[in-house]
Design a protein around this ligand. Structure first.
Ligand SMILES: Cc1cc2nc3c(=O)[nH]c(=O)nc-3n(C[C@H](O)[C@H](O)[C@H](O)COP(=O)(O)OP(=O)(O)OC[C@H]3O[C@@H](n4cnc5c(N)ncnc54)[C@H](O)[C@@H]3O)c2cc1C
Length: 464
């Protein structure tokens, strides 16, 4: 431990709290293996107080800190740079769900708690914690808040920002801000927690959070509904919402290419369609009423809206099969090889036109472009991924131009270049092209006010 910081940390962190050398390797690579950082050490504190002491020591020594949760955000946000001068602060040992307040319908967890564990603790109290997505078994509370993660239930319950009532945060100077209030109404000035949500660890380290819980749905129905085109999907969404209100919990679009990829690369999975539809929507509705009642109303609404050929799950196991297919699309892509991935959002009503224009723009320059579009149409967010003929890392050479073509269409429709995964290192140079000068200046002002020495996850979200 040659660095004086490490000697100081060793006075209050236990041996398992400071990793150096080969033991840190797994923390250095981001989920897509695009970024490989170096570190001074990986620190694994066990409490808010230890984090506060770590932050104070790092601030004194001028050492940058990179908070890391499950490392699943896929844009290099939790990976240190290559200088080897930063410490990674892993939240993995602060992984407890602390309490459920049944009367207040809230749950409080440490920032290293795994999302699936928070779901399970809520379920044990017969409540729903609706944050849910493919990486729920690895993603942790602090990372999910750091990126304002969304997922499969946003349409009805909102993303992490909307689920959060209170935060505890260690600030860049080591002070602890306890904003862990479980209040649904609180008009006492600036809503400080919002600053830290989606800040990607650049303003402070979230240590605990209090979330809203919801009644467990007692009835659920799930269907795969073929639609002729994306406009048909948008019309179906609005029609179903008219018929069933906010019982529409998830509304996911799946293109024909996704079904083809699943058949080719995940042949072990069920094949629900003999003939692959051009477009399909995976819809889930949920409610507190009797199952038959909801199922009947859902089936009637689908027929009334032209979805006669919908496959409606007849059991929870059917529904799980449908979801397994949807969640296997990223895996099928991974098995095929490297694609250029985009996590874009436009107003839901603009999606049909976006898809036409983006495809035309791509095909005009890259006839070979193989477009895989799927995702959270109900939230106005799609994963829009492009395979080139070469599916090795060499395909990344086309990334800047593909981004340019697609993002120009996104911009025309007042959309966003990151609806879920955040900016990280991957998109930090693009951000100023998609947020106005005033917005960028405000973001830099906030960063300077909260982290004047730029030690909190430097080089992420905002380019230095
Ligand atoms: C298969 C798969 C499916 C996915 N599906 C979705 C989806 O549907 N919707 C969605 O929104 N995302 C999705 N994601 C992305 C990812 O799971 C989320 O962004 C997730 O919330 C990140 O959590 P994490 O713990 O892995 O964070 P990390 O990747 O470790 O960190 C993310 C960011 O948060 C910061 N951070 C970590 N901990 C803290 C802390 N305690 N305080 C402050 N900052 C912190 C990090 O520095 C980094 O900038 C998916 C990812 C995968 C691999």
């Amino acid at each position: 431990m040659s660095h004086p910081l490490l000697a100081e940390l060793a006075t209050f962190l236990d041996a398992a709290g400071i990793l150096t050398g080969p033991a840190t390797e797994g923390y250095m690579i981001d989920g897509r293996r695009r970024y490989h950082g170096q570190n001074l050490a990986v620190l694994r504190p066990r409490s808010t107080e230890e984090i506060a002491a770590v932050v104070k020591a790092c601030a004194r020594h001028g050492v940058a800190m990179v908070p890391q949760g499950g490392n699943t955000s896929l844009c290099g946000g939790a990976t240190p740079d290559e200088s080897g001068h930063a410490v990674v602060i892993s939240m993995e040992r602060m992984n407890r769900v602390l309490s459920v307040d049944e009367g207040n319908n809230t749950i409080t967890a440490e920032a290293g708690a795994i999302i699936a564990d928070v779901q399970m603790a809520a379920l044990n109290a017969k409540r729903l914690f609706p944050a849910d997505w493919g990486a729920k078994g690895s993603a942790r509370v602090g990372g999910a808040l750091g990126t304002n993660a969304g997922g499969l239930n946003v349409l009805r319950y909102g993303n992490m920002r909307e689920l959060t009532l209170g935060l505890e945060v260690v600030l860049a100077d080591g002070r602890i801000w306890n904003g862990l209030r479980g209040l649904r109404k609180d008009n006492t000035g600036y809503d400080l927690k919002q600053l830290f949500i989606a800040s990607e660890g650049t303003l402070g380290i979230i240590t605990r959070a209090t979330f809203k819980l919801f009644p467990l749905p007692t009835a659920q129905s799930t269907a795969l509904v073929p639609v002729t085109n994306p406009q048909g999907a948008v019309d179906l969404l609005r029609g179903l919402q008219h018929e069933l209100g906010d019982r529409i919990t998830s509304f996911e679009l799946i293109s024909q290419r996704c079904w083809e990829l699943l058949a080719q690369y995940c042949p072990e999975l069920p094949k629900p369609f003999a003939e692959l539809p051009q477009w399909t929507v995976l819809v889930e509705v949920s409610d507190g009423g009797a199952d038959e009642h909801l199922l009947d109303r859902f089936a009637e609404a689908l027929i009334a809206l032209g979805g006669d050929d919908a496959l409606i799950a007849q059991s929870r196991s059917d529904a799980e099969d449908f979801w397994q297919l949807r969640e296997a699309i990223p895996e099928a892509q991974k098995r095929k090889g490297v694609s250029i991935k985009q996590d874009i959002g436009v107003p839901t009503s603009a999606f049909p036109q976006f898809l036409v224009e983006a495809q035309a723009a791509l095909k005009s320059e890259f006839a070979e472009a193989d477009i895989i579009a799927f995702g959270h149409l109900g939230d106005g967010n799609l994963h829009y991924n492009v395979f080139m003929q070469d599916v090795t890392k060499a395909a990344y050479a086309h990334e800047p131009r593909i981004n340019e073509l697609v993002y120009a269409v996104v911009q025309r429709h007042n959309g966003t270049i990151s609806a879920e995964h955040g900016i990280g290192q991957l998109k930090r140079n693009l951000l100023p092209h998609f947020r106005s000068d005033v917005e960028m200046a405000l973001m830099h002002d906030i960063k300077r006010a909260l982290d004047p020495n730029n030690l909190m996850n430097p080089g992420k979200l905002l380019a230095d």
